[in-house]
Ligand binder design. Structure first.
Ligand code: XUL
Length: 538
């Protein structure tokens, strides 16, 4: 049996797989807001008055791990049979620790909680997370020092982004120089949680390391120019980098004594939620891409070759297979869909029903869905834009937001040269067939609906299995392993409706014009919209 953990924005999930039975034998999720209400988080985050600043509590993630394993201990799962564990963390978030952290980890007492023992090891009580967009100044400074956007992309695989760890670390160094000085080590969410499991500082893997603007995307080493541009003495405060399949240690005594894990249970490097989801959705071959409809919506694909987006919107990360992956992150995902659902007091069923009843192309009504600051395209001052309808129009609002989300995704993924032949859908909204039908029509590509929505946790468990099997010389191919858990049935494939192909191609151009109009102050495309209505709706 192999265990996968996912520390996501809103919850922690555990999945245990049995690879002899090809089955998920245990799954459990803990929602931070509900189960750990004393942290007072909203969807797992703390928002400050300045809405660009979004943090969370690393101590809450620590506490959730004890809570989860306590629940699991009472289940039927035989914890002692788990051979290896890997994990996943929301990407980019940074955890700042003092020099007692590692000492405390090495001497953890199983009679006490992790929370009590670790609460004094932080130099910063809260961690900036991926939703934070408060580092525009630092992004500009780092980009400048690296010689501009193109050089930055060439070196780190991405332009500087507000949520990326490097700019966040720079902001902390500038605003809190003393606390920065007192920081002995800076972890990512993934390497922080892995450290707790192995009882010492864990390395960062190439998948999550690429989301920092600090790792050289070609050599996969810390890049001295990027480090220097970010903060002084940073090299002394960063963990080492490792290949994602590496075994980074055995589970620490705390977990053996407290929960009954085996002495030999191996820990495989943790990675970001997106690299884990790449495996959890079976994206291990050219032509496979996924849309993950979670708190954020992401579009990601396996890449056989390193290819970069010199327009600066997309990212390239290391893939757990040793290759690369592309990723584009849209912040107005589930939380934006929920804004519409809640505004009209709907449940998801009635939301879907209305979506199904409205015409593709939305009678030529367009929405730009910037409920929150957006990452792609960059919108720091959010405002929802509606063209041809108003906010009380329930039908137009529902179709408007879903079409906008997928049109934007298609528009901003055009730089990826390895074109998707099939899209795999994951995340909570992927349960909704009507939403996926819109995606299939806009991309003009079949969309596969997965029953497993927790692809990051599943991916982590599969990564644990693969590394362990390779380590014990029972080598297995990725395709063989993943296909056992992802057997796709015909009824789960949603095919594009050919009759809307031209309509959506034209609507993509129209959507782009509206984006340019709003963001780049180009000419008002109202005439173009009226022409579109004339062609398709008159
Ligand atoms: C990816 C990103 C998000 C987080 C949280 O770049 O910012 O997808 O990983 O899911």
């Amino acid at each position: 049996m192999f265990l996968g953990l996912d520390f996501s924005t809103q919850s922690i999930t555990v999945i245990v797989i049995d690879i002899e039975k090809n089955k998920v034998v245990y799954k459990r999720k803990i929602n931070f807001d509900k189960s750990l209400p004393h942290y007072n988080t909203e969807n797992g985050a703390i928002y400050s008055e300045n809405e660009t600043v979004v943090h969370s509590y690393p101590l809450m993630w620590v506490e959730s791990l004890d809570l989860l394993f306590n629940i699991m201990k009472k289940s039927k799962v035989c914890i002692g049979d788990i051979k290896a564990i890997s994990g996943s963390g929301q990407q980019h978030g940074t955890v700042y620790l003092n020099d007692t952290f590692e000492k405390v980890l090495k001497t953890l007492n199983p009679v006490k909680t992790l929370k009590i023992q670790l609460e004094n090891t932080f130099t910063r009580k809260t961690s900036p997370i991926w939703m934070d967009s408060s580092t525009t100044k630092q992004c500009e400074e780092i980009r400048e020092s690296l010689g501009g956007m193109k050089e930055t992309i060439k070196i780190t695989g991405s332009n500087t982004f507000e949520r990326f760890s490097g700019p966040q670390i720079r902001k902390f160094f500038q605003n809190n120089p003393m606390q920065y000085k007192d920081t002995a080590i800076i972890h990512l969410v993934s390497s922080f949680m892995a450290s707790i499991l192995i009882g010492k500082n864990a390395p960062i893997d190439y998948g999550d390391g690429a989301g920092m603007n600090l790792m050289n995307i070609s050599t996969k080493e810390w890049d001295s120019r990027a480090l220097e541009a970010t903060a002084p003495n940073l090299i002394d405060k960063l963990p080492s980098l490792v290949n994602s399949p590496n075994i980074i240690g055995n589970i620490s005594k705390y977990f053996i004594k407290k929960y009954g894990f085996s002495n030999n249970c191996k820990i495989i490097a943790f990675s970001g939620d997106n690299p884990n989801s790449l495996i959890g959705t079976g994206l291990i071959k050219k032509g496979r891409a996924a849309i993950s409809l979670g708190t954020s919506d992401t579009f990601f694909s396996y890449l056989e070759q390193l290819s970069l987006d010199f327009k600066g919107e997309g990212h390239v990360f290391g893939a757990p297979t040793g290759d690369y992956m592309s990723l584009i992150c849209f912040k107005n995902g589930s939380l934006a869909r929920e804004q519409i659902k809640n505004r009209f007091n709907l449940d998801w069923n009635s939301f879907s029903k209305i979506l199904e009843e409205t015409p593709p192309g939305n009678d030529g009504k367009i929405m730009l869905p910037y409920f929150f600051p957006e990452i792609v395209p960059l919108v720091l001052d959010p405002k929802v834009q509606r063209f041809g309808f108003d906010e009380n129009d329930i039908k137009r609002s529902i179709r408007g937001i879903i079409e906008a989300q997928f049109l934007s995704m298609k528009l901003h993924s055009q730089w990826i040269s390895e074109k998707p032949e099939i899209l795999y859908a994951t995340g909570s909204a992927s349960m909704n067939k009507e939403i996926l039908q819109v995606a299939a029509n806009i991309f003009n590509t079949p969309v596969v609906q997965f029953q497993i929505t927790d692809s990051a946790a599943l991916g982590a468990s599969l990564r644990a299995a693969k590394s362990y099997l390779d380590f014990t010389k029972n080598n297995i191919e990725w395709e063989e392993l993943t296909s056992q858990f992802l057997n796709i049935q015909d009824k789960q494939i949603i095919h594009p409706d050919e009759k809307y192909q031209m309509l959506y191609d034209d609507m993509l151009t129209l959507y782009q014009s509206y984006e340019n109009y709003f963001l780049r102050k180009t000419e008002n495309p109202e005439q173009e919209r009226l022409k579109f209505i004339q062609i398709y709706f008159k």
